[in-house]
Write a protein that binds this ligand. Structure first.
Ligand code: CP
Length: 301
């Protein structure tokens, strides 16, 4: 997302909305193209949306579990360059952004970040698409992110300020793994970024309230992280997205999933009338198609 300006981001979103409405038109758009999907971490939505998306565009997707490939024993540069000789495009969910950068540098075909410790760009593009579908516009809206500052809030905040959306981070802290000082500088310079520690104040006048896990997926069931997990739950509980906070408002409720019910969000909010969580999940499919079509030169921004 750092490579796209606000106009390009919004153009990509508009293409995804058009693709969603005219799915048959694109059934052969990526005929005989192949997508390699490399996963170092677990996934439901990212894997399924990219694989189904590629199939629906007439191409083919390969799922590569990092642990069953030679990436485990060889240099990422060599394996990535080789992989790029077989396929037309790569999507990778890696633990470290630095490794993703090495993969992108070595690859002869486009590499998509399917989430790393710092960013989740495809998620945020799909989120902005969902907001635009529901609100009819982006510019001038107010999005509030509740919980811990992380890879999702990083890319969502960037996408928001670049498209003219006011973004409020309502978080007790930022996950140290996710800190990006250059990004923070751009956000602060935009005049559209705010930090507010009080959830009640933060959600006043919000068009969208968004939350995500307080603990990164690779640490959630790690016994070594148990103490830190308990500390975060205690610290973040006042930031839970719940009925008390948003019931009497028209504010849209978003969560990128997987959900940790009773932690960052309560049961009511997941299925509330103003929840758009499942539209948001579905839109991963449509935005992935737009991303692949753009990177393979089939659509222009
Ligand atoms: N939101 C998201 O990326 O979901 P997965 O981790 O299931 O891919």
């Amino acid at each position: 997302m750092k490579e796209l300006d606000g106009k390009q981001i919004e153009s990509l979103i508009d293409k995804a909305i058009e693709i969603k409405k005219n799915q048959q038109k694109y059934w052969s758009a990526l005929d005989h193209k192949s997508l390699a999907m490399v996963f170092q971490k677990t996934s439901t939505r990212t894997r399924v949306s990219f694989e189904v998306g590629m199939t629906q565009l007439g191409g083919h997707a390969l799922y590569l579990d990092w642990r069953t490939t030679q990436f485990t024993m060889s240099d990422i540069k060599d394996e990535s360059k080789c992989l790029s000789r077989f396929v037309d495009i790569i999507m990778a969910r890696l633990l470290k952004h630095a490794d993703l950068q090495k993969m992108a540098d070595a690859s002869e075909v486009p590499v998509i970040n399917g989430l790393c410790e710092k960013y989740h760009p495809c998620q945020s593009l799909g989120d902005l698409m969902t907001i635009k579908e529901h609100k009819g516009k982006l510019k001038g809206l107010k999005v509030v992110y509740l919980g811990i500052g992380n890879n999702v809030s990083n890319t969502l905040s960037l996408g928001c300020v670049r498209t003219g959306v006011n973004f409020t981070l309502c978080a007790p802290e930022i996950d140290p793994l996710c800190i990006d000082n250059d990004l923070l500088a751009e956000l602060r310079k935009s005049g559209l970024y705010k930090e507010e520690k009080d959830p009640k104040k933060a959600v006043e006048g919000a068009d969208v309230v968004y939350t995500d896990t307080w603990v990164n997926m690779e640490f959630f069931t790690d016994p070594k992280f148990e103490k830190e997990k308990e500390r975060r739950i205690k610290t973040c509980m006042p930031y839970q997205l719940n009925r008390k906070l948003v019931e009497v408002t028209n504010t849209l409720i978003m969560h990128d999933m997987p959900i940790h019910r009773g932690y960052e969000i309560d049961d009511w909010a997941i299925y509330a009338p103003n929840s758009i969580i499942f539209d948001q999940a579905e839109n991963r499919l449509h935005i992935q198609k737009a991303i692949m079509l753009w990177l393979l030169g089939k659509i222009k921004l």
